[in-house]
Design a protein around this ligand. Sequence first.
Ligand code: HEM
Length: 521
Amino acid sequence: MRDWNPFVVCVCGTLFATFLSFVVHTFVLPSGVPVGLEWTGRRLEFLGDIRACLREYTAGMTTILSGYKRFSLNGKPFIMPGTGFKTEVMLPPEHIKWVVDQPEDILSHQQFQAEKVGVKYFLPGFDLYSPIAAVEALRLHLTRSLGKIQGDLVDELRHSVDAQLGVDEEWKEVNLHNTINDIVFKTSGRVFFGKTLARNDKFMYHLTNVSTWFGAGMLLIGQLCPWQLRRVLGFLFSIPIHYHRSICTRYLLPYFVERLNNMQRKRQDPSFEYSPPEDLITWTYRAAFDMKDGQMDSEKDTVKKFTTLVAGAIASSTVGASNVILDLISSDPQENYYHLLREECDSAFQTGEDWNSSATLLKLHRLDSTIREGLRRSPAILRGLSRMVMPKEGVTLPSGQRLPQGCMIGFPVPAIHTDSRYYDEPDVYNPFRFLPTKSTPRSMIVTTSQTFLPFGHARHSCPGRWFASHSLKLILSYIIINYDIEPLKERPLNIIMGDIAFPPPGATIRLRRRERRATQS
Ligand code: HEM
């Protein structure tokens, strides 16, 4: 056997150990971790930080809920290990007001999203946060026009539900996600991009793929993949997103070009006879004309941003509606919730005019509360109101803890939603818990608060929630009035990956058309 020189072995061993420790500290250990804060989910073991992060791949909600019980209930922040070796400091709910009041240069929403959504890795060059006319259009025009567009929404809703769920009275089994996605796509699509594209199945296929790949990229690149590999894997994800989005652009671009040319001509020459359809394309250009800097994106860039926004909007509403249906049909049949809702919907929608009037939706107190309860129990994003610490010197929390620059902070939404200080019997499904009582005023789906966060809260809260609430109420009313759904013995558990939760894509439901006033209105 060859003799090893002990001195050389010692030197080589020391150099190797130093190199390994450098690699672990530089490339593997979570970054931006504040000192002096306790972790949840970390044990006293070799490479405890890394192993805590690794366990998050299968931990579901256990870690976040136990951290909340141990620390947040005592008003303390804690470190939440993250898949991808990124940690986030979870703050107690008492800090919400302080966080949402901080300006962007102290706690940045934008910088956090760029990292977490991971867009800069899988869509480099796509600036999610340059002024987006389509988002302005949501804020300025869509919400105000809900009454005017309701007739179109209902027309498309009837068309797609009847086609998807059938009008015969046989029981049939359908995949919940695909069915609801189809109905939401067509109903919202009518208002986003008009009837022709809303009924174009190829366009729907490619737009759905944009949201699927975007969502997968957000999850895998933004959250699950170790941050060291993001650039490489991000490039691979950009390929299908570019592909499907460029096909969507081909479908949408002629509408945008026609609309822009005619709307501009009308602005220059008021005698030119042209009245554009009232849809999100028209509102996007109205908002773009009014934007402060006067700079307009090219038609192609406008279409790309529009595509990303509507794909996300359809995906969020699909998840919301699917959760509401799963909760409802898995509830105790003795409680009769489905039939109580049907009673309310039957009485509100008596005539065709009722379907076209937004005043009818204000009568749906039980349904409003049921959707709100679904969002309380199954928020799609588990860590909300997230921000990144910006100042070089860091920031000091109201509790006195100092957080370094680059540190990520947020709030554990499902834990706040099941805190018995804010909700009676929080683990019980009670779809009518938000009905107004003598002592509590009515809280509607769209009302955000420090204890109800599915749409975020304050600045940056979801600007599409009025549209989401309006369209979900119509979709669910139409289904509840016209279909019996077989109850489920057990609620299929949502899938949790990173900080996103969604109903299992394979879940199915059985339903049949009711005999009575099915197509009455
Ligand atoms: C049930 C359905 C929906 C849910 C649960 C939902 C939830 C959310 C959440 C949690 C946020 C992030 C808030 C934050 O960062 O603090 C958000 C942002 C946003 N949502 Fe929704 N959303 C829904 C439907 C929609 C719809 C239908 C639209 C469009 C019509 C829409 C448009 C947007 C936009 C543009 C933003 C970004 C706002 C910003 O960063 O300033 N959402 N949504």
